[in-house]
Write a protein that binds this ligand. Structure first.
Ligand code: AMP
Length: 148
């Protein structure tokens, strides 16, 4: 794992640059997959211990801090990001980060995880892509039950 201070020299120019906010199981797994593919990836988490979930061979970068703070997003050089994926454990936090990424930093590809499926339609209006584990799981169960 590379320290943030190495960020500028580590990040390859002319490559996609993905910021993942929240280094839980999903965030760490996504970060590992992107890093394996050779993408520029940076993970933000407010809890330093969460970075232990990253694979041992993770080749990306990390920033510790509360990603709802603009100074933290700037430390991650969000304005250079091609994609931002917000997968903290709070819907409101994910949506706030997604809105900041979209509206303040003009990132095209923004994805937020939502635990509450009832709110998905609101974010569609904001043009924020959402992933909702409840919806994905129920559709998979449906598929396994009825389309096998
Ligand atoms: P999980 O619940 O396993 O998906 O993990 C969610 C992760 O999001 C945890 O590692 C939290 O520390 C992290 N997290 C929650 N809120 C924030 C925030 N505002 N900024 C950065 N990371 C956060």
């Amino acid at each position: 794992m590379k320290l943030f201070e190495k960020h500028q020299e580590k990040r390859h120019k002319n490559k996609e640059y993905t910021i993942i906010v929240g280094c839980g199981r999903l965030g760490a797994s996504l970060a590992g997959r992107l890093s394996d593919k050779g993408s520029n990836v940076l993970v933000i988490d407010e809890n330093k211990d969460s970075f232990r979930k990253l694979p041992p061979d993770f080749g990306g970068m990390v920033v510790q801090g509360d990603a709802t703070e603009i100074s933290v997003l700037k430390r991650a050089e969000i304005s250079k990001a091609t994609s931002v994926i917000a997968v903290t454990n709070h819907d409101n936090t994910n949506v706030m980060i997604a809105q900041l990424a979209k509206e303040l930093f003009h990132i095209d590809n923004v994805i937020a995880r939502l635990y509450d499926p009832d709110r998905e339609c609101v974010y569609k209006e904001l043009k924020i892509n959402t992933i909702c584990p409840v919806v994905l799981s129920s559709s998979k169960v449906d598929q396994l039950l009825y389309q096998a």
